[in-house]
Design a protein around this ligand. Structure first.
Ligand code: ADP
Ligand code: MG
Length: 483
């Protein structure tokens, strides 16, 4: 794809020039009358902060019964869905009728707002004839692919539609996809498995966490996959974030695309309260973590983000001393181990999960009430996604981001996104200098060099006992909430 090659060589989109060029002939273009929409549509969009662009965008729907009228095939799952979910989320209201049109779409909606369901239900309905493999869902990590696959299995129950999670298992892709309607995988796995073969029967390609999949690390693979699926397949791109340059790239790959966005683009969820905590230096961060434990602020399950595999291992060792049931997950572990760790965290047998950004995209853990950014995130996008692992589907939570003197030049970029997301930020912080584009790019490419994590402290019996009690209490609270 030419546009890919262009961006890879570092050519950037010149907005000013584009605007200038357009203005030169825009006056001679026939002026379209603004479309007058039915008031009900506008009301729903206004109330749920749904914005759309593109031609012929259908009205949003606001109830499950409207969905089942639109997609009669989904009647089979009606009970299952309506028992589980009372209302549609904003992105679902607009995506359900829009995706029905089988057209290229970009959908941007906050973390934890039900995007998976928004694309899975239309997909299940649209592949209903079951003649051949029609759907492909790609996600950046294996963990997310597994999570989406599990949701697919639940939602397709009773429909006869078959999904397959693709992993490297010594089997041929053809064998794995035999009698299967939808495959779910990471781009790297699929590229390995496809070899020279094409995927001609694919009609729908869903790119989840699409802005990350257009990152340099994945771009070539996504490009290769899309080339193999040519033949007019429909592309749906979903994410909570999309920067303008990436959006331009996405648009270049789509035909007559529609866009849905919900709320403020590239902001955090409003359900997670956020704090920036100055810890002076690396040792100060470990002390701050210990203090939070002593103050009873660490109600499991807790996610702690660090910037690298090595630091996940180091902090894992440190915290294990303090809190039993702590595990670290990172790309250095094999698939089986990663799968077990995620499962343990979901079931509550792991209280604190230390992780890298491997876990920051798309993972849906219920009941996480605290996110700690032990290492300062390398970008605003990473921050938004890390924070988004909590506060899902309306839950409330808290996030604390540690920063040291080394991180200080970048604090304003997080303060800005906090403010944009509707949180109060101390006045002095807003007066700090925003880091330059070059600085931000440098940080994104390479994390800040930090001292190894180690401390000499040992946990007292009383603190260990306290943590155990706290966990029991929090499990009881959650059980009560479910009742
Ligand atoms: P996103 O992809 O937008 O980050 P997910 O699709 O992972 O979010 O969904 C987050 C959570 O919201 C999941 O636990 C999902 O089951 C739940 N969910 C999805 N749709 C609804 C709904 N209509 N009402 C309530 N919860 C929902
Ligand atoms: Mg998602």
């Amino acid at each position: 794809m030419d546009s890919f090659a262009m961006l890879k060589d570092g050519v950037s989109f010149d907005r000013k020039r584009f605007a200038n060029d357009i203005s030169l002939f825009s006056e001679s273009l026939p002026q379209k009358k603004p479309k007058i929409e039915a008031p009900s549509t506008n009301n729903i969009r206004k109330e749920f902060k749904i914005h759309t662009s593109g031609s012929n965008i259908p009205e949003p729907i606001s109830s499950w019964s409207q969905l089942f009228q639109l997609y009669p095939f989904l009647q089979k799952t009606q009970d299952l869905i309506t028992k589980q979910y009372e209302n549609l989320t904003a992105v679902q209201m607009q995506a359900f009728p829009l995706l029905m049109q089988k057209r290229d779409t970009i959908a941007i909606a906050p973390t934890g707002s039900g995007k998976t369901l928004a694309y899975l239900l239309p997909l299940i309905s649209l592949v209903k004839n079951r003649e051949k493999l029609k759907g492909l869902i790609i996600t950046p990590t294996k963990e997310l692919a597994r999570q989406v696959f599990k949701e697919f299995v639940v939602l397709s129950e009773g429909t006869g539609i078959v999904g397959q999670l693709i992993r490297k298992r010594g089997k041929e892709l053809e064998e794995l996809t035999e009698d299967c309607d939808v495959i779910i995988c990471t781009p790297l796995t699929l590229v390995h498995m496809m070899g020279e073969n094409d995927l001609p029967s694919i009609e729908f390609v869903i790119i989840d966490e699409s802005d990350q999949l257009f990152d340099m690390g994945y771009l070539d693979q996504v490009d290769q996959i899309l080339k193999k699926c040519q033949g007019g397949c429909t592309k749906w791109m979903f994410s909570a974030t999309m920067l303008p340059a990436v959006e331009m790239l996405a648009y270049s790959m789509l035909i007559d695309p529609a866009k849905i966005s919900v709320g403020i683009q590239n902001a955090t969820v409003s359900t997670v309260s956020q704090e920036l905590k100055f810890c002076t230096n690396e040792a100060g961060k470990t002390i701050a973590l210990k203090q939070m434990m002593q103050n009873g602020e660490l109600s499991p399950p807790v996610l702690v983000f660090v910037q690298s595999k090595d630091r996940a291992i180091q902090l894992g060792k440190e915290i294990k001393e303090l809190v039993p049931h702590t595990l670290a997950i990172h790309s250095g572990l094999d698939d089986k181990n990663r799968e077990i760790i995620v499962k343990n965290f979901r079931t509550g047998s792991t209280w604190i999960l230390i992780c890298t950004d491997l876990m920051s995209r798309g993972m849906d853990f219920h009941g996480v009430r605290l996110i700690i950014n032990f290492d300062f995130p390398q970008s605003v996008i990473s921050y938004i996604h890390r924070i988004g692992r909590a506060g899902r589907a309306g839950e409330t939570a808290k996030a604390v981001t540690f920063y040291t003197i080394e991180d200080a030049p970048y604090v304003k970029m997080i303060a800005n996104v906090m403010k944009k997301s509707g949180f109060e930020v101390p006045e002095w912080m807003m007066k700090l200098k925003t880091p330059s584009k070059e600085m931000k790019k440098k940080l994104e490419k390479k994390p800040i060099k930090r001292e190894n994590i180690s401390s000499k402290y040992r946990i007292s019996r009383s603190l260990r006992k306290f943590m155990k009690k706290k966990h029991q209490q929090s499990s009881e609270d959650q059980a009560e909430e479910k009742i």
